[in-house]
Design a protein around this ligand. Structure first.
Ligand code: GFB
Length: 393
């Protein structure tokens, strides 16, 4: 019933005119640049932005994913629907891809002279004008990478800035949505174009469940299934995420100074109800990883382990240490973060890194399907001292 009514709402707002043109949503649009972090961070921001757009009753423009490639100065923008299906999102709220929005609606409702960028407060930029340094205190929405390349992908330039403080994005408490609509009525402001995502990181607890509407596109799903069928025995398997690259080693060094880091509220709770972040949770050592896998293998009928990692997959060490369980230990080659995430989502048990937003993507997806997951070194276990021996990686 909810599905039918949502579809009707969608069709109502994006109806096709008699001339065959897409008609604009009179409630307006939310558009943003996913300008912070890599995929996991952007996915957190996406869920928050979806919740925000629904709270304001504006259509969400689905931005491309921003990617960074080695040895390239500018970010790459990958259309949203390259990785995800648009249809399931429409069950929750009205959405339109940025490509379609810019092609079919922007010329009518958001012409170049009306393009104002939104930011909470000024992002100061120092412009060098004729040898004289000048501070410009607008949103400077196109300053730097990925900001400039993102908007340039759609030939968007801004003619002004709108600083919206003290409004905020939490539409689940208080009257934030009403306040946004009072200050920025859709008739006067059909498009709210944000310099960064109108969402918090990590994803607000109330928006975690929206992951159920985020479904991999057919090519990603097929690639994941093909790997499982061709490379793994036809039996239950464990999927694990080992986040252990140099950037992560450095990030984990902040653990002693903080109770929650990045996505750790996913296991520790948003108010640290379940403890505080430990070095082992962020960077589990070999001993912890093997101990947890042995425990799972003893209790389940798994025949293989799929390892996803940004750096060291530990394939040999794991295969050796788990010899007596007769399990196959495999990784995807060549590496592909999205397909790896999809495989982890399809595993029979997932062990992730509580601090990583890459792991949190998998955990949310599995939660939405009622599948079991656990984390390295959580709940807090023995041997935290040994856990920061990075030379093991
Ligand atoms: O996704 P992400 O925001 O997660 O960023 P974290 C980590 C990126 O590293 C991913 C790659 O988007 C991938 O490109 N990566 C991580 C992996 N794990 C894997 C894996 O198992 N397989 C493959 N193929 N690639 C945070 C960043 O990372 O780390 C923050 O988002 C910051 O901005 C911090 O840089 C240090 O939350 O794990």
């Amino acid at each position: 019933m909810f599905l039918v009514s949502s579809l009707l709402i969608f069709l109502n707002f994006h109806s096709i005119s008699s001339a065959g043109e897409l008609e604009a949503d009179l409630n307006g649009y939310v558009l943003y640049c996913p300008c912070m972090g890599r995929f996991g961070n952007q996915a957190d921001h996406f869920l928050g932005s979806l919740g925000f757009a629904r709270g304001l009753n504006r259509t969400l423009v689905l931005p491309p994913w921003v990617e960074y490639r080695p040895n390239e100065v500018k970010s790459h923008q990958v259309p949203f629907d390259f990785y995800f299906d648009v249809k399931p999102l429409e069950e929750f709220h009205r959405v339109i891809t940025m490509e379609k929005f810019m092609r079919e609606l922007a010329p009518k409702i958001w012409p170049p002279e009306k393009r104002i960028s939104f930011c909470y407060m000024a992002r100061n930029s120092i412009a060098n004008k004729g040898g004289k340094k000048e501070i410009n205190g607008g949103c400077n929405a196109k300053d730097g990478n990925p900001f400039g390349p993102f908007w340039d992908t759609f030939n968007i330039d801004f003619v002004g800035s709108e600083m919206y403080a003290p409004l905020h994005y939490d539409v689940h408490h208080g009257k934030a949505a009403e306040k946004w609509n009072e200050k920025y009525s859709p008739s006067k402001w059909p498009v709210l174009a944000f310099t960064g995502a109108p969402a918090s990181f990590p994803v607000q607890e109330e928006n975690r469940g929206l992951h159920q509407y985020l479904k991999w596109s057919e090519p990603v799903r097929s690639a994941a299934m093909s790997f499982i069928h061709k490379e793994l025995p036809n039996a239950p398997f464990i999927g694990i995420h080992l986040r252990n690259g140099m950037d992560w080693v450095r990030a984990c060094q902040h653990i002693p100074e903080t109770r929650n880091l990045f996505s750790s509220p996913q296991c520790l709770g948003y108010n640290n109800e379940h403890g505080t972040a430990t070095p082992a949770m962020c960077m589990p050592n070999k001993e912890i990883i093997i101990r947890q896998l042995r425990q799972l293998l003893k209790n389940g009928n798994f025949e293989s382990i799929f390892v996803a990692s940004d750096n060291n997959h530990m394939l040999k060490e794991l295969a050796n240490a788990l010899k007596k369980f007769n399990v196959v230990v495999k990784k995807l080659e060549p590496s592909n973060p999205h397909v790896e995430l999809a495989i982890l989502g399809m595993s029979n048990h997932f062990v992730g890194n509580c601090v990583s937003s890459f792991s949190s993507f998998v955990k949310r997806e599995r939660d939405s399907r009622g599948l079991p997951s656990s984390f390295w070194a959580f709940p807090d276990q023995r041997s935290t001292k040994k856990s920061v021996r990075h030379d093991e990686f």
